[in-house]
Ligand binder design. Sequence first.
Ligand code: UT7
Length: 312
Amino acid sequence: MGFDKGHFKIVSTGHYTPEAVLTNRDLEKMVDTTDEWITSRTGIRERRIANGKTTSDLATLASRNALEKANYDKNDIDLIIVATFTPDLKSPSVACMVQAKLGLDKPGIMAFDINAACTGFIYALNIAERMLHSGLYKSALVIGAEVISKVMDYKDRNTCVLFGDGAGAVILEKDESREVLFNISSKGDQDLILYVDEYINMDGPKVYQFASRVIESSIRGLMEFGNMDTAMIRKIIPHQANIRIIKSASKALDIPLESFFINIHKYGNTSAASIPIALDEMLEDEATQADDKIVLVGFGAGLTYGACSLTL
Ligand code: UT7
């Protein structure tokens, strides 16, 4: 499929990032690195660490934040999808744990997880849109949540400086007046340039090249599919993996860096949580209007990648 057109409205957004901060200076004491190297090569200054809280804890707190902001009746939710590669357990799903923690016990709710690594939230939005479109579900809670610190080798300077923990959530309802476009792909990678066993393993430069290429092609493809030009885009929310990847996308697309929302300095790479956290912060920080178009773009292990445009 790749390209898909649908409709939903974002009723509310929320996020939760743990209180504990791990700074570049802290990492200097743990591995052979410097604040200067991390800041100049990645744009990251600090990241948050869950310190005992689980992925479902973070996901639940982000969901509560979204419910409270819109004063939304939690009993309206009938679909819960969590994008994560760091579930609390192999089974049950984080989505079922969130359902329990939120006290959603109405029969007929569907709750499940998906794993598309850092592109997971965009994949989950597409699945939610299709399920709302079917008319069988009315209200979707879509979450990206990760506790990456539990699969982090704090002796490996190639990876441990990059990642952090967090969660973001959105509540969606069907709305025919708000168009959503998707351009989603995966490219099975037998070389495993990015994978997780006990810890995250990554060939950084290869992932960097892949990411720079697919951010540009995903957004170009989406704009062509939707007959959009750059003037129609209020903001681009890229997966927050490396400021240099975002800068190279800005240059390749000839879209000013100011049009990209960036919070990587505070949280590092939170994988599936990075886009929904950034979306929530962007909506809190910046003046937006109904009908503004926002573009989300992600890439990650799989390899997976894709972009999505939303109408506020
Ligand atoms: O969300 C999933 C996707 N993940 C990504 O998007 C990550 C994509 N990749 C990247 O962001 C970058 O490749 C990194 C930030 C991971 C690495 O930056 P780079 O500019 O590609 O550096 P490099 O891997 O080519 O390493 C350059 C040098 C090496 O030293 P030598 O061989 O030149 O002596 C590394 O050993 O930097 C060294 N290095 C470090 N030095 C200090 C690697 N990590 C560190 C470190 N501190 N933390």
